[in-house]
Design a protein around this ligand. Structure first.
Ligand SMILES: C[S@@+](CC[C@H](N)C(=O)[O-])C[C@H]1O[C@@H](n2cnc3c(N)ncnc32)[C@H](O)[C@@H]1O
Length: 203
């Protein structure tokens, strides 16, 4: 079954949250395409794409593929198999290619290799669902929210990963942009564990 294939891939999306992504993508991709910031190996992209497929929609997933702060050497989530010695850096493109080829029936993921800040300057298309799962520093999370949220259609969704109310459980930047969204024309639509789905009321 496709869901089990996606669940078996290397990545940072547990199955229960992935199934929520699939469900929300099936609802909000009716309004337009899906954009993800933070591809890594494409695990969450595939959950989103399996939902978007129902509406014949595309998932554009953006990542520079250098990894986030926590993926670098000596950091908590460093993975040697993602380190390219010839480049002297983390490179998650090969992992993405491998993962996508393992779930061939999901063929509506379009990877964009680049910095989300730069891509946002040229992005013209309206977005049905935006998923923010990039770098979790305060500045990066704020940039992702400020650069991209205005491109979501009215009635579309903003989904944010890694929401921890308690600072002892996790970083606060995603939680802070969640709070900012609630003050900026979004209302909570649904939540699954650490992922929230907000609906845009104005646009
Ligand atoms: C937590 S991982 C994404 C996990 C992925 N969604 C999954 O389900 O496995 C965060 C990713 O964001 C990427 N990233 C960080 N800052 C970025 C930026 N400014 N532009 C594009 N990608 C960025 C990193 O390279 C990293 O792969």
């Amino acid at each position: 079954m496709t869901i089990n294939k996606i669940d078996a891939l290397k990545g940072f999306m547990p199955q229960h949250e992935g199934i929520a992504l699939q469900k929300w993508s099936a609802i909000f991709s009716l309004h337009g395409s899906v954009v993800e910031i933070g591809t890594y190996g494409g695990k969450s992209s595939l959950y989103l794409a399996s939902g978007a497929k129902k509406n014949d929609q595309i998932v554009f997933t953006i990542d520079h593929h250098y990894g986030s702060e926590e993926h670098q050497i000596d950091q908590e989530y460093f993975d040697e198999s993602n380190y390219d010695k010839s480049l002297g850096r983390v490179n998650t493109v090969p992992l993405l290619q491998k993962n996508l080829s393992k779930v061939k029936e999901i063929n509506n993921v379009i990877p964009l290799i680049g910095d989300a800040n730069l891509v946002s300057r040229f992005w013209q298309m309206k977005i049905g669902l935006l998923f923010i799962d990039g770098s979790h520093t305060k500045k990066s999370a704020e940039n992702d929210f400020n650069n991209w949220q205005e491109k979501i259609v009215s009635g579309g969704a903003l989904v944010i990963h890694d929401i921890y109310e308690n600072p002892e459980e996790g970083g606060q930047a995603p939680y802070e942009i969640f709070q900012l969204a609630l003050k900026s024309g979004y209302e909570l639509f649904d939540r699954e564990d650490t992922i929230v789905c907000l609906k845009k009321l104005i646009g």
